[in-house]
Ligand binder design. Structure first.
Ligand SMILES: Nc1nc2c(ncn2[C@@H]2O[C@H](COP(=O)(O)OP(=O)(O)OP(=O)(O)O)[C@@H](O)[C@H]2O)c(=O)[nH]1
Ligand SMILES: [Mg+2]
Length: 615
């Protein structure tokens, strides 16, 4: 009696790569060529990037399922994000598939996140198809990139089997793939054929009862909570009575109210679903990612999805600023907490707990960018709150303090090598590799504490005049490398409530970089600029010029101010220091001291009394 069958009519794959190597664009082309659209149908670019923030920023944030049909086989495809902060999405995706297409940019070659996603795929024993993409780039160097891919696989201890990967070259944007560099591909048929030949169809035990691993959650206005995942064994029909096994192992009974499969970018209702398929099941409200939905008579849990631990945390509090509570619909701590808990149900890489101090919530994730995206999403939903500086999560091992370390890859013009090295050493970085290609650019690799990199990216871009490329990847925990400042400048802080006026701002310009513009509301304790020096200064941004009889009043308004670039949410989050907060409302992002009153601040830190005198 055979214990293994395969579902020949199906393939499940994930598309993985470093950020921007062309995953979502390739999925578009696969849709077009598998006959999903009418010939004349208008189809938007990067169809799978359907979240508002994804379209605005041109990146994928959440992994998403879809399917194409090829030669009678339905191929379930998961488009994953390439940005390191959304790595949890990749971990979720590999739990649903039997193979992966690894895209590597023909010019950039494997980068830190290529390593991360490839490691996840190898650990999950997925069959890998390597596609060297964007060979149309004028600076493409596919032969070298192939060598680098081998090096990477060897470095990741790939087996001989894994080293014999099927290889294709592609221009995803034009919908072209080919087996060799010489031939001129015309379409993606060779890629689709390779998927059918090389990726094993899902296998299952024909005698085992129904078992499905919940890898994603959704919501429908009609049927409520949706559980998304792969059926490992067995079949299910609408109205079946099943159970859900949570982390505690206690079974919760459920009746299937609807069951669907992916059909292109939409869902199709099914009467019965087959083993190996990725399905969307309705009928249970209380379900979490990692749970197993299975048969009532013989319930057995599948291993829960393993995700990396969060490395960064941020404190959320209610907005206590004088301007607080005006724009937001949801301002109470309980509402903010409820929304954050809801996020953890969908997003396996985020954790939420009540903070140590009263009225605070601790949110943990993989990076400050991931948390910034969450904050931006909440703000657009009408939430209002304050957040503190992102802090890395330390670990302790027998008295040893450990901190998250990143592997940092820098590619910049040789003339900037000095300044970049200096800045990274200042941030407790250590250089591990330096390659000068002799053509004016250098590649350097550092290992640096994650905490020191928060906020460094902007500085790096300024230092390299926007031409430098920097990638970083979490590289495990290492010994704490000692204190270092997060920012070497102080803040320019407003000392009263009012509106900023041109005359006062003009006079403050020599003190540093201003963020406030004339007419902006300000309050005591609000940060309106970055001080040139290390300490804070309290200033009066509302001060009008004293009118004298000698001059016409209007003249004072005629000062010419330097253009001001207000900080974006992400910049603000990485700008603030430990004793500062970012105030977030649906309409504004402001920075402030945690303690607003100047007097209280200065009694807290007597050493700063002199700052006040300076002002
Ligand atoms: N030259 C060239 N550019 C391409 C090709 N495919 C995609 N691009 C461009 O590369 C950029 C990134 O494309 P995406 O498809 O969003 O990349 P992605 O891998 O999905 O990015 P993330 O999901 O954010 O990791 C876009 O500007 C595309 O137009 C290609 O074959 N050749
Ligand atoms: Mg994408």
């Amino acid at each position: 009696m055979s214990n293994i069958s395969t579902n020949q009519g199906l393939r499940n794959i994930a598309i993985i790569s470093h950020v921007d190597h062309g995953k979502t664009t390739l999925v578009d082309a696969l849709f077009r060529q598998s006959g999903m659209f009418r010939d004349n149908q208008e189809v938007s670019e990067r169809l799978m990037d359907n979240l508002e923030l994804e379209r605005e920023r041109g990146i994928t944030i959440a992994a998403k399922n879809c399917s194409v049909r090829w030669k009678g086989v339905r191929i379930n495809i998961i488009d994953t994000p390439g940005h390191a902060d959304f790595g949890g999405e990749v971990e979720r995706a590999v739990s649903m598939v039997d193979g992966a297409i690894l895209l590597v940019d023909a010019s950039e070659g494997p980068l830190p996140q290529t390593r991360f996603v490839l490691k996840k795929a190898l650990d999950a024993h997925l069959k890998i198809i390597v596609v060297i993409n964007k060979i149309d780039r004028p600076d493409a160097r596919p032969e070298q990139v192939l060598d680098e891919i081998y090096d990477l696989l060897i470095d990741l201890n790939a087996t001989d089997d894994q080293l014999e990967f099927p290889l294709l070259y592609a221009v995803g944007r034009d919908g072209i793939a080919q087996r060799t560099l010489e031939e001129q591909g015309r379409d993606l048929h060779v890629l689709l054929d390779t998927v059918l030949q090389e990726i094993p169809p899902p296998s299952y035990d024909p005698h085992a009862p129904f078992q499905m691993l919940v890898s994603d959650l959704g919501y429908s206005d009609y049927v409520g909570r949706l559980a998304v995942g792969k059926i490992f064994h067995g079949t299910a029909r609408s109205r079946d009575d099943l159970v859900c096994l949570g982390a505690s192992g206690v079974p919760t009974p459920l009746t299937v109210s609807q069951i669907q499969v992916y059909d292109g970018t939409t869902l199709r209702n099914m009467e019965e679903v087959q083993p190996g398929d990725i399905v969307v099941l309705a009928g249970i409200e209380e379900v979490k990612i990692g749970d197993t939905i299975c048969n009532r008579e013989r319930p057995a849990a599948l291993p829960r999805i393993m995700v990396d631990e969060p490395t960064v945390s941020m404190k959320f509090t209610i907005n206590t600023s004088p301007l607080g509570g005006r724009d937001g619909t949801f301002v109470q701590l309980s509402r903010i907490y409820g929304r954050l808990v809801k996020e953890t149900r969908r997003n396996v890489a985020i954790q939420v707990e009540k903070g140590e101090e009263r009225d605070s919530i601790l949110v943990k994730g993989r990076g400050e960018f991931q948390l910034a995206i969450l904050i931006e999403t909440m703000r657009r939903e009408g939430y209002e709150f304050c957040v503190g500086r992102p802090e890395v999560i330390y670990r302790y091992e027998n008295e040893r303090k450990l901190e998250p370390i990143e592997r940092v890859l820098v590619d910049c013009e040789a003339r900037f090598q000095g300044v970049v090295t200096e800045k990274l050493l200042l941030r407790k970085g250590k250089i591990s590799h330096l390659i000068n290609n002799g053509k004016g650019r250098v590649r350097m690799e550092f290992s640096a504490p994650a905490r020191a990199l928060i906020g460094y990216r902007d500085e790096f871009l300024t230092d390299t005049r926007g031409t430098g490329i920097m990638h970083s990847l979490f590289d495990g925990y290492g010994d704490f490398r000692g204190e270092c400042l997060s920012r070497f400048t102080g803040s320019i802080v407003a000392d009263r409530t009012g509106y900023a006026v041109p005359y006062a701002l003009f006079n403050l310009e020599p003190r540093g970089r201003l963020f406030a513009m004339p007419g902006d509301p300000v309050y005591e304790g609000m940060i309106i600029g970055e001080h040139n020096r290390g300490e804070d200064i309290d200033v009066n941004p509302c001060k009008e010029k004293k009118l004298s009889n000698m001059r016409a009043a209007g003249k004072d308004e005629n000062v010419i101010l330097s253009p001001v670039k207000p900080l974006t949410l992400e910049q603000a989050i990485s700008f603030i220091r430990e004793d500062e907060l970012v105030e977030i409302t649906p309409l504004a992002v402001r920075m402030r001291k945690a303690v607003l009153s100047a007097q209280k601040r200065h009694t807290l830190r007597p050493s700063r009394l002199k700052d006040r005198k300076a002002a």
